[in-house]
Design a protein around this ligand. Structure first.
Ligand SMILES: [Fe+2]
Length: 172
């Protein structure tokens, strides 16, 4: 048991794949999620707008603006998480936590690219006068994005919990 614990903790800067070891500051990462109410509110607002019956020109404009605001909120959210919630080359590292932290940190870029593409796609559809006709597609693509984000958040919450347990010495 003790050997397993020790073999899972290294004080080296990178693993055999050349990836930097990554750890999280669980308390900061949790706090960033707790205080970023604007992001959660924006997600809820867009869900309501996608379901709205009113699809007049001002609705389309508001939808484009709401998605662009959401994109900017995600940029800030991920920047805060990566700036204060994740850090590289910890003095000691749990290899499983490091691997999962690396994967989850990489998710941010993919999620941000997706929300940027959705914004451009919606703006283009509005410009071509097709946004109302594409309403169900917008809703589907947004829900698909939300599913990916929920999975990311769920895995990040597990990582926060496991990291807390690990720091308290109850995770092995
Ligand atoms: Fe995240």
């Amino acid at each position: 048991m003790a050997i397993n614990v020790l073999s899972n903790r290294l004080s080296v800067a990178s693993d055999a794949t050349g990836l930097s070891h990554v750890a999280i500051n669980a308390a900061f990462l949790q706090e960033i999620k707790d205080i970023h109410v604007e992001l959660w509110g924006s997600l809820q607002e867009i869900r309501s707008m996608c379901r709205a019956v009113d699809q007049a020109a001002h609705w389309q404009f508001r939808l484009v603006m709401a998605f662009e605001e959401l994109r900017d909120l995600f940029a800030m959210h991920f920047a805060l998480e990566e700036g204060f919630g994740y850090f590289e080359n910890p003095a000691f590292v749990d290899l499983d936590i490091s691997r999962r932290a690396n994967e989850l940190r990489s998710d941010h870029k993919a999620l941000y690219c997706e929300i940027c593409e959705i914004c451009e796609w919606i703006d283009e559809a509005r410009f071509q006068g097709q946004l109302s006709a594409k309403r169900s597609s917008v809703s589907l693509r947004f829900e698909s994005f939300l599913d990916q984000f929920r999975i990311h958040e769920s895995r990040e919450q597990e990582l926060i919990y496991d990291s807390f347990c690990h720091d308290l010495g109850t995770g092995d």
